[in-house]
Design a protein around this ligand. Structure first.
Ligand code: ATP
Ligand code: ATP
Ligand code: MG
Ligand code: MG
Ligand code: MG
Length: 260
């Protein structure tokens, strides 16, 4: 404080640099739980899929989409969520660290605030935290490829984890289960699941197989007017959560406004 008069603010500021995300590109912020392998064990998540934990993630994602209105779509699985900002978003003048840090911190606060509603009888033993990164995609086709990649990953991981935990439940150690599955292909895993009484993988809950998508429901003007909401100027838009196939073009064809 003594020498404060000697500090040149412009000089100090000159060390900061702002990384701006490429203009006119879809911005994806992907957040992922840090050390959730341990966090899920320490909080006794049901394996391979704890429904409460997934519902908590989804509820936080809906809150994020509602708060940051430039987000047009989001997709989540396990401890991760991807948030897509519209191409021409000017949020934080497209400064990467501001956008990523604001979204990841909002999500984390929500996760802690909402914990007790999804795990009413389980104490939060320590603070969960998430990391976040930004990636720009220059076309809606490449963005869709990105989302498809995450959903394929969801499928592959879920198939593996379902087999893994069936083997563990049958008495194998985690290491043994890992060895059994090493190098196995999809068909072999399907056969294995049949032995454990899961004759049809596709009958497993759709949230486990396909992950979750949160996005703004298509505005139906006529509906809005019927409800008399148009007169008070309030928009009837709301965020919905679905478990849909986002790899197939049909989803995007039937929701042209999302990336439109
Ligand atoms: P990192 O810090 O590098 O992300 P991580 O331990 O979080 O490491 P991930 O690859 O992100 O590892 O995997 C997430 C882990 O959290 C997996 O082990 C997964 O089993 C567990 N997990 C996340 N969500 C659930 C859930 N709903 N039910 C059961 N387990 C879950
Ligand atoms: P932005 O989102 O752009 O950061 P902001 O509203 O957070 O906007 P800041 O420039 O970061 O604005 O200023 C922080 C604000 O929070 C100030 O208005 C300040 O008065 C208030 N504030 C922060 N800490 C305290 C505190 N300990 N006591 C009283 N007010 C505080
Ligand atoms: Mg990570
Ligand atoms: Mg993680
Ligand atoms: Mg993860």
């Amino acid at each position: 404080v003594k020498n404060i008069g000697k500090v040149d603010p412009d000089f100090v500021r000159s060390f900061q640099f702002e990384k701006k995300l490429m203009p006119s590109t879809w911005i994806v912020i992907r957040i992922d739980g840090c050390h959730f392998h341990s966090f899920s064990k320490d909080h006794e998540f049901v394996k391979p899929n704890d429904e409460r934990a997934l519902n908590l993630m989804n509820s936080c994602a809906v809150a994020v989409v509602t708060e940051f209105q430039d987000i047009v779509f989001s997709y989540g699985v396990s401890d991760e969520y991807s948030f897509v900002l519209k191409k021409d978003s000017q949020l934080y003048q497209r400064r990467e660290s501001d956008i990523a840090s604001a979204i990841v911190s909002f999500f984390t606060s929500m996760y802690v605030m909402k914990w007790k509603y999804f795990f009413p009888r389980k104490e939060l033993k320590y603070t969960p935290f998430f990391d976040g990164r930004a990636v720009c995609y220059p076309s809606s086709q490449i963005l869709r490829d990105y989302l498809a990649w995450r959903q394929v990953d969801c499928h592959i991981n879920n198939q593996y984890n379902t087999c893994f935990w069936e083997l563990v439940k049958s008495g194998k150690s985690e290491r043994e289960a890992q060895n059994v599955l090493k190098g196995t292909q999809t068909l072999e895993k399907m056969e294995l699941l049949k032995q454990f009484g899961i004759s049809d993988y596709n009958k497993l809950p759709v949230m486990f197989r396909q992950g979750s998508s949160a996005y703004w429901e298509k505005e139906d003007i006529s509906l809005v007017e019927e409800k008399g909401a148009a007169s008070n100027g309030k928009c009837q838009k709301k965020v919905i959560l679905e478990h849909c196939n986002i790899i197939e073009p049909s989803f995007w064809n039937s929701h042209p406004n999302i990336l439109g």
